[in-house]
Design a protein around this ligand. Sequence first.
Ligand code: FES
Length: 104
Amino acid sequence: MARLVFRQADGRAVEVVAKPGMSVMEAAVQAGVEGIIGECGGSLSCATCHVHVDPAWFPRLPAYAPHEEDMLDMAMAPPTAQSRLACQIEVTEALDGLILVVPA
Ligand code: FES
């Protein structure tokens, strides 16, 4: 299991325990994390799972999926250098403690 911490822009935070193999988006949606919608179910076609990854964690994530950066440009909130689509991040034990910020 891996603990994922989702922070809202207003400072509120929620910790979610996720099973390895699921996506960060699936974990957030199952837990009802505000602002993570996952409208396309993870098929990389909606950008409603946009998150900003804590800078200390960003280099530890897998590389962008093909077209992920293009889809980030379609997100409601402008992407930053730490932006990822949560549906493209697979939960692993190595991500225990991952910190993500949900864009306002
Ligand atoms: S859930 Fe649609 S792009 Fe991630």
